[in-house]
Design a protein around this ligand. Structure first.
Ligand code: CU
Length: 71
């Protein structure tokens, strides 16, 4: 299962690292690919989970989630 998260507020590689770290720390996340250029993160999950947790992880790291969708 994969989720694409559109993220607002990332401006540099440091931001990308912060978001990546926050999402990787979420239980049930198997892989994270954050793109500064695309302003998004592709998150692979082991199974289904409450996607709200991913949103909260991004927000807790200091960024905004514009949109989330399963891909
Ligand atoms: Cu930055």
């Amino acid at each position: 299962m994969k989720v694409q998260i559109s993220i607002e507020g990332m401006t540099c590689g440091h931001c990308v690292m912060r978001v990546e770290k926050a999402l990787k720390a979420v239980n049930g996340v198997s892989k994270v690919d954050v793109s500064l250029e695309n302003k998004n993160a592709i998150v692979e999950l082991f199974g289904s989970m409450d996607e709200k947790v991913l949103k909260e992880a991004v927000e807790d790291a200091g960024y905004d989630v514009a949109e989330m969708k399963s891909i």
